[in-house]
Design a binder for this molecule. Structure first.
Ligand SMILES: [Fe+2]
Ligand SMILES: [Fe+2]
Length: 144
């Protein structure tokens, strides 16, 4: 159940700043999973979950503003997936207040996030790649 969520080049979307943020997100989930599997106290897990939620919010805002600045046509749909991920993370944070964080809760969340990275974030990266000359300019923006 649940893998090791460490970021590997397999998760690469090809935009360095976004890849770096994904690495931090996945590392953070890995830490939480490890703590949960060692039955760490919720008071230990909660701050890490809080950080994960904050970082995810920043990351999603970063992606969305990159998409906005290059008029990515898939932005609305993409932002909706971000909202769903945030709502998962909120639920997890709430569960942690009730001392109910378990692997069973974390696995679907990590799966959703991974699926998003591997499909939707990659779609954006490859769209940038096919927009030709403007793509170059946009890539600089998205890479930050
Ligand atoms: Fe992302
Ligand atoms: Fe995204």
């Amino acid at each position: 159940m649940g893998g090791n969520m460490a970021w590997t080049t397999e998760h690469c979307v090809g935009l360095p700043s976004i890849d770096e943020q994904h690495r931090i997100l996945l590392d953070c989930i890995s830490l939480i999973q490890e703590a949960v599997s060692k039955r760490a106290a919720c008071s230990t897990i909660q701050p890490v979950l809080g950080q994960l939620e904050n970082f995810a919010r920043l990351h999603f805002a970063y992606e969305e503003s990159s998409m906005r600045s290059c008029r990515y046509p898939g932005l609305a749909e993409h932002a909706e997936e971000h909202l769903r991920c945030m709502s998962d993370l909120n639920d997890l944070l709430e569960a942690s207040h009730l001392a109910e964080v378990s692997e069973r809760l974390i696995v679907p969340i990590e799966n959703r996030l991974l699926e998003h990275i591997m499909n939707s974030d990659r779609q954006f990266a490859s769209w940038l790649g096919v927009t030709g000359e403007r793509g170059e300019e946009i890539r600089v923006l998205a890479v930050g």
